[in-house]
Design a protein around this ligand. Structure first.
Ligand SMILES: N[C@@H](CCC(=O)N[C@@H](CS)C(=O)NCC(=O)O)C(=O)O
Length: 241
């Protein structure tokens, strides 16, 4: 029997779910993976909620550290970065900058785009039409993109020229602008940053784990994947009405 890996990752093919996968693939760390199936509500199963009190993905268990459990994707990235000494600058100021952009993603880009996606791709497909909410979240996401664009002028990555966990956290969200219907027109520095990370083999490999969901990026059979996605969150919409 093959030896268990130190890191056991529970995840699914979503923007938050890909963050630790991108880290592990980029760092070349081997890990065990348990895919979580939303259509079966596995993220709400009592045994899983003991690991992740929020009932969401991702979660890691570090078997080499007394089965230490980490939930919240930003905290997972920070934990892995410290454990493996990767994608986190050593200099205290640079490290603080990394944390600032990580928080900007966790508190801004992720939640705003997440709601923009939810209202358009899930709620609307289940008959809940809320144009005011959609406009609010799409506009706010675009505003955050403009902040990223201005910051990225003259920089390769969010923290100067070093690929860090701030890029790992922000990329899967911002790159899914298509799915949220947020325009990136005129944002050439943001687009150039997309291009740089699009060219990173390990990151692109990670986007296929546990399985690809190309519709987020406007590719493949978008209508079919949209139906599949709306279906897996159907019960969330019916709970609201
Ligand atoms: N703040 C959390 C958010 C996690 C989250 O919302 N995960 C979504 C997928 S991107 C999820 O598990 N959704 C399933 C559900 O809502 O039941 C994190 O960053 O880890």
């Amino acid at each position: 029997m093959s030896k268990q890996k130190d890191i056991h990752l529970y995840t699914a093919s979503t923007m938050n779910g890909w963050k630790p996968v991108i880290f592990l693939e980029e760092a070349g760390v081997e890990y065990d993976l348990t895919p979580i199936d939303f259509s079966k509500k596995e993220q709400k199963a009592p045994d899983y909620v003991k690991l992740n009190p929020n009932g969401r993905i991702p979660t890691i268990v570090d078997r080499s550290n007394d089965d230490f459990v980490v939930f919240e994707s930003g905290a997972i990235l920070w934990y892995l970065a410290e454990k493996y000494g990767k994608f986190l600058p050593k200099d205290p100021k640079e490290q603080s900058r990394t944390l600032q952009w990580l928080m900007f993603q966790m508190g801004g880009v992720g939640p705003m785009m997440g709601q923009a996606m939810y209202f358009q791709r899930i709620a609307a497909k289940q008959g809940e039409e809320h144009p005011f909410a959609i406009k609010r979240y799409v506009d706010e996401s675009r505003r955050l993109f403009e902040v990223l664009n201005t910051h990225l002028e003259g920089r390769e990555y969010l923290v100067n020229d070093e690929f860090t966990i701030a890029d790992i956290a922000t990329y899967p969200w911002a790159r899914a602008f298509y799915w949220a219907n947020v325009s990136v027109e005129g944002l050439q520095h943001l687009q150039a940053w997309f291009g740089r990370i699009d060219a990173r083999e390990a990151t692109q490999r990670a986007l296929e784990i546990p399985k690809p969901f190309w519709a987020f990026f406007g590719k493949g059979d978008v209508a079919a994947q949209e139906r599949e996605n709306a279906e897996r969150f159907k019960s969330d919409v019916s709970k609201q009405s």
